[in-house]
Design a protein around this ligand. Structure first.
Ligand SMILES: NC(=O)CCC(=O)C(=O)O
Length: 272
């Protein structure tokens, strides 16, 4: 499987409409790829909280329209990163109507939206995303001809229990769009590899570049294999990372070094 990660920046002088067009053109240019991945909240900016309400849109809104057309034209699976979703009336009863969510979109090569994933762990403690957005309630593993893709977003990386649930759901390739700050870049590089090693899965981690909301972004998008080897890593600026991955290798690594088989589930309560 050929994967292309589009590490783009939220340029301060660029309108959301212009950035959407720019991203669509970048996707169209990857017609040799099987899977193309964009970062987190690349329309509005992962830390540009004040821009979120204006940029909010439904999952069949303008960003989805542009990305569907780009996926179809390029003939690729497209993980279009995440958008600021405004949940419609009558939406999932577990979640909230009219609330904002940090929602990832996965399109197939015909341009059909096949899966959405609402970020479960919201960043900011008592500020920012943690108060402005609702929390997703569902683990999403997407069966595709490329393999089973496990979806997670940025801060989710810090919560290995979510990734174990993705492994249990069959995930072989973990796709993680992010807007990770440069100040914690080493956490990013460590956690991306850690999730690959502990899940014995590929991790395709695509981060924003540039600066938004006054926060310099880490860049350093990475592709890590199920043995924890870094197959490709971007620099800090805008970049397209192209890499070949073999999802069938996941089963071989898990069979040759069967750590997952040794999991002890339902451990007893600690003694005090
Ligand atoms: N956008 C995010 O989820 C940021 C996460 C982050 O800054 C961190 O985990 O550190």
């Amino acid at each position: 499987m050929r994967a292309s990660l589009l590490q783009i920046a939220v340029e301060p002088d660029e309108s959301v409409e212009d950035r959407r067009e720019r991203a669509a053109a970048l996707v169209r240019a990857e017609s040799d790829a099987d899977l193309v991945v964009l970062p987190e909240l690349w329309t509005a900016g992962a830390f540009a909280y004040s821009a979120w309400s204006d940029a909010a849109e439904p999952v069949d809104g303008p960003t989805a329209g542009a990305m569907a057309a780009a996926a179809r034209d390029a003939g690729v699976w497209l993980h279009a990163g995440s958008i600021v979703e405004r949940a419609p009336a009558g939406s999932d009863p577990l979640e909230g109507e009219g609330r904002l969510y940090n929602t990832s979109l996965l399109f197939d090569p015909s341009g059909t939206l096949r899966h959405t994933y609402r970020k479960i762990h919201r960043f900011g403690f008592d500020t920012g995303e943690a108060v402005a957005m609702g929390a997703g309630q569902r683990i999403v593993a997407a069966d595709t001809p490329l393999g089973t893709l496990g979806l997670a977003t940025c801060y989710d990386l810090r919560f290995p229990e979510q990734f174990r649930l993705l492994v249990d759901a069959g995930a072989e390739v973990l796709v993680v769009p992010a807007g990770w700050p440069a100040g914690r870049r080493e956490h990013w590089r460590l956690l991306v590899r850690a999730r690959a090693v502990e899940c014995q899965a590929y991790v395709l981690a695509c981060c924003d570049a540039g600066e938004n909301g006054g926060v310099e972004q880490a860049g350093h998008s990475m592709v890590v294999d199920p043995w924890g080897e870094v197959l490709a890593e971007a620099g800090a600026g805008e970049e397209v990372l192209r890499v070949e991955v073999d999802p069938t290798r996941v089963a071989r690594v898990r069979a040759d070094f069967p750590v997952l088989r040794d999991r002890v589930l339902g451990l007893p309560e600690p003694r005090r």
